[in-house]
Design a protein around this ligand. Sequence first.
Ligand code: CA
Length: 222
Amino acid sequence: MNKILIAEDEQAIAHLVQTALDGEDYRCTWAPDGLTAADLLEKEPFDLVLLDIMLPGADGYEVLEYCRALEVPVIFLTAKGTVEDRVKGLRLGAEDYITKPFELMELMARVETVLRRCGKTGRVLSLPPDIEIDTAAHTVRRDGVPVALTAKEYDLLLLFVQNKNIALYRDRIYEKVWGDEYLGDSRTVDLHIQRMRKKLGLEKRLVAVYKVGYRLEVGTFS
Ligand code: CA
């Protein structure tokens, strides 16, 4: 079930949106101001934020910074509807932009689209032809057979599957998987990747990129 944060100071709108989304099997949390939204984002994981721009406390653009740092997709939900406002919102990294007043049907469709585009729907991710990752159970199967990965190996696999065909820098990989545990040794990344790809038979698909890091090659590249 996808968790959605509604950051909106107008209670009537928040309530309307929440009721509609709850009916579609989403789990919603309401933040009436920007600071509450930022606090909630730091405390628990959300799959999407519906973000008003004109919010008390911290405005929507400031809250967007939090969302981006945590890689939570954002749909702006706002009365600021000029082309400049839209462009600013999208440039800053919002996934979509809905102007008030809006139709609930349209809102639902956009929520669904953004969640799908950001890989938040469905708990099973696949890496054809043989690998499946159940993101809810944290299990990985290769040709239907469970593969025992360490927590770091699992995180690494997920990172590559979510960034197919993109060369990821070692620093970035380190930051995403080890976070604050940085030990200043990039060989750690190499060691974990080597073990992970061997367990999964990805030696030919998860390739080293000279002076950069690694890339998971899929589709026409493999
Ligand atoms: Ca507002």
